[in-house]
Design a protein around this ligand. Structure first.
Ligand SMILES: *[C@@H]1O[C@H](CO)[C@@H](O)[C@H](O)[C@H]1NC(C)=O
Ligand SMILES: *[C@@H]1O[C@H](CO)[C@@H](O)[C@H](O)[C@H]1NC(C)=O
Ligand SMILES: *[C@@H]1O[C@H](CO)[C@@H](O)[C@H](O)[C@H]1NC(C)=O
Ligand SMILES: *[C@@H]1O[C@H](CO)[C@@H](O)[C@H](O)[C@H]1NC(C)=O
Length: 170
């Protein structure tokens, strides 16, 4: 009985210590980069692998697969730092067009070379898009957070540049 009583407070103390030490050790990383996508063949970085089987104007049910470039800047010759690899089914029956994005940012240069972030969420063509960072690997192991992206350019035709800010907590 005596040992039971003395055990209980120390367990509570231990749980309290774990909770507070996790809170104080967390860090936030802010990344800023640009995704460059080319829909034109040859050298397309994104392809439609399934077309919509309905007459839905937004292409409900179509599925794209992409392996886009991650660059430091918006210019085509700025430093390549990784890839944005994923899939995007069109998931809106009655406009505006919306995609369920499931992708990995795979870093291949710089401080985060070899690390990755997994992003899931809804994308539209309207304004800034916010999506969740649900996981990461390497230096981003146990990551969570969010990305905000805004459309920069759609010219020349079939070439898209999108600016990303990513906020990562670990
Ligand atoms: C496609 O990529 C190859 C290899 O990088 C390059 O030589 C060629 O010019 C590119 N073609 C177009 C149309 O961009
Ligand atoms: C989807 O439709 C486009 C336009 O009609 C066509 O060029 C393309 O080959 C189709 N893709 C698939 C995977 O069926
Ligand atoms: C990134 O890491 C890989 C694997 O360690 C290495 O082979 C490659 O040279 C690195 N790239 C750069 C640009 O540092
Ligand atoms: C954030 O903190 C964790 C735990 O201390 C560490 O492993 C990780 O490398 C840090 N992340 C960055 C991006 O500095």
């Amino acid at each position: 009985m005596a040992s039971y009583c003395s055990f209980k407070p120390s367990l509570l103390f231990l749980l309290f210590f774990i909770a507070t030490s996790q809170a104080t050790d967390s860090n936030t990383t802010h990344l800023h980069f640009f995704v460059h996508e080319n829909d034109n063949s040859p050298n397309a970085t994104a392809i439609t692998v399934v077309n919509s089987t309905t007459s839905n104007p937004g292409g409900f049910g179509s599925i794209a697969v992409f392996d886009d470039e991650l660059r430091e800047g918006s210019s085509a010759d700025s430093k390549l730092i990784g890839r944005a690899q994923g899939i995007a089914p069109e998931v809106s029956l009655s406009g505006p067009m919306a995609w369920l994005g499931l992708l990995n940012f795979v870093f291949t240069d710089g401080e985060y070379n070899g690390s990755s972030l997994t992003v899931v969420g809804r994308a539209t063509l309207e304004g800034a898009t916010e999506r969740s960072i649900i996981a990461g690997t390497g230096k981003f192991r146990m990551a969570r957070g969010y990305t905000i992206n805004t459309f920069v350019s759609g010219a020349p035709a079939g070439h898209f540049i999108v600016e990303y800010n990513a906020y990562i907590e670990q």
